[in-house]
Design a protein around this ligand. Structure first.
Ligand code: TRP
Length: 346
C-alpha cells in the first residue's frame, strides 16, 4: 500500500497556534520521518470562496500568507508538493460526479458544516457551494489517492463523507480506482482542539481569539495576559478544569521548559499539583506560558520574516507544485471516467 499524504488549509487569514499544534507540527514530523510516497499540501482557495464569494481579495491575499506560515513552521518544498486548489482542473469535474452519490439529507447533517452555518450567520441564504464543500473535499483527497490526512479533529466528518463516496463509487462501478483515507491526528488530546484565548471552544479568526504564528512577542504577551481565569485569592486552590492556561501548557510544554523558565518545578504534573493546592497566582502561570509560547514561536516568526517579500519565489513553488498536482489528478480523473464508462473518445 502506498503512503500518500494530503492536507490543506483555507486561505482566509494567517494560521494560528491551533493550526500549529493541531496539524502543522504533525505535518513537519511526517515530512521528516520520510516514510511516504508523496506528500501534498493544498491551499484551498476554492473552498475558501464558498463562504467568501463577496470578498475574493481576502482569499487571494491570504494565499501567500498561508504559504509563508507553511515555510515558517519548517515545511520544506523539497519534500512537499504545495499547490493551489483552484489551479487543478480535475477537481471540480470529480466533485460534479461525486455529488450524485450524496443525498441532500446527508450533506446537511454534517456536524462541522452545521456548526459553521450557525456561526457564520448565513441564515436561510447559505450558498449551495458551501453546503457542498465536503463533497469537493472528497475530490481533493481522492484525486491524489491520498490515504493519510493530517488534520484537526473538526475535519473528521469530511473524511467520513469522503470514505462514503469512495465506497459508493467503487461498489457501483465495480472498481478500486478510489482509495479510502484516514485522519492522522495528534496524540496529545490538548492539541486536538485548542480553545481560543477567550475560552471559546474554537480558536477562530472570526471570533478574534487567536494567537497567530506571525504575532510579535509583545502581542503574544498581551494576548496571554488577556486570558480570563477564575478569580480567587492566591492561597485558594487553583482549578484545572477548563483552565485555558493549562490547556495551552499541556499543548506546548516541552521537556526543557521547566529547567529554562520555571526551575522550581520539575514538570507539568508537579506544577499542576502545586497549583491545585493553592499559593500560585495566575499571573505567574501566565508569565511561564508566555515564556514557553514565545520560545517555540520565535524561530517560527523569524523564519517567516526571512521568506516575507520573496513573493516570486513563493509563487514559483506554488506554480511548480500545481503543475505536478494537475498531472496526478488528470490521471485519476481519466481512471474515474473510464470506470464510469464515459470515456467516449479514449
Ligand atoms: N476543510 C479544510 C479546512 O477548513 C481545508 C481542506 C480543503 C482540506 N480540502 C482538504 C483538508 C483536503 C484536508 C484534505 O481546514
Amino acid at each position: 500500500m502506498k503512503r500518500i499524504i494530503l492536507t490543506g488549509d483555507r486561505p482566509t487569514g494567517h494560521l494560528h497556534i491551533g493550526h500549529y499544534v493541531g496539524s502543522l507540527k504533525e505535518r513537519v514530523k511526517m515530512q521528516n520521518d520520510d516514510n511516504y510516497d508523496a506528500f501534498y499540501i493544498m491551499i484551498a482557495d476554492a473552498q475558501a470562496l464558498t463562504d467568501n464569494a463577496d470578498n475574493p481579495e481576502k482569499v487571494r491575499d491570504n494565499v501567500l500568507e498561508v504559504m509563508l506560515d507553511y515555510l515558517a513552521v519548517g515545511l520544506d518544498p523539497k519534500k512537499v508538493i504545495f499547490f493551489i486548489q483552484s489551479g487543478v482542473r480535475a477537481l471540480p469535474e470529480l466533485t460534479a460526479y461525486y455529488m450524485n452519490f450524496v443525498p441532500y439529507s446527508r450533506v446537511i447533517r454534517n456536524p462541522t458544516v452545521k456548526s459553521e452555518v450557525r456561526t457564520k450567520n448565513f441564515g436561510r441564504s447559505v450558498p449551495i457551494g458551501f453546503i457542498n464543500y465536503p463533497i469537493s473535499q472528497a475530490a481533493d483527497i481522492t484525486a491524489f489517492k491520498a490515504n493519510m490526512i493530517p488534520v484537526g479533529e473538526d475535519q473528521n466528518p469530511m473524511l467520513e463523507q469522503t470514505r462514503e463516496i469512495v465506497r459508493s463509487f467503487n461498489r457501483i462501478y465495480k472498481t478500486n480506482v478510489l482509495v479510502e483515507c484516514e485522519a492522522v491526528l495528534s496524540d496529545n488530546a490538548s492539541c486536538l482542539r485548542l480553545p481560543g484565548t477567550d475560552g471559546n471552544e474554537k480558536m477562530s479568526k472570526s471570533i478574534g481569539n487567536c494567537i497567530y504564528l506571525s504575532d510579535e512577542a509583545s502581542v503574544i504577551k498581551k494576548k496571554v495576559n488577556s486570558i480570563v481565569t477564575f478569580p480567587r485569592e492566591i492561597d485558594a486552590p487553583g482549578v484545572l478544569k477548563n483552565n485555558v492556561l493549562f490547556i495551552y501548557l499541556d499543548a506546548f510544554c516541552k521537556e526543557d521548559s521547566f529547567e529554562k523558565f520555571y526551575p522550581e518545578f520539575k514538570d507539568l504534573d508537579e506544577l499542576k499539583f502545586a497549583y491545585r493546592k493553592g499559593g500560585i497566582g495566575d499571573g505567574r502561570i501566565k508569565k511561564f506560558l508566555y515564556d514557553v509560547l514565545n520560545d517555540e514561536l520565535t524561530p517560527v516568526r523569524e523564519r517567516r520574516k526571512s521568506f516575507a517579500g520573496r513573493t516570486d519565489e513563493l509563487m514559483a513553488i506554488l506554480k511548480e507544485g500545481t503543475e505536478k498536482a494537475n498531472m496526478v489528478a488528470d490521471q485519476t480523473l481519466a481512471e474515474v471516467k473510464n470506470a464510469m464508462g464515459i470515456n467516449y473518445f479514449a
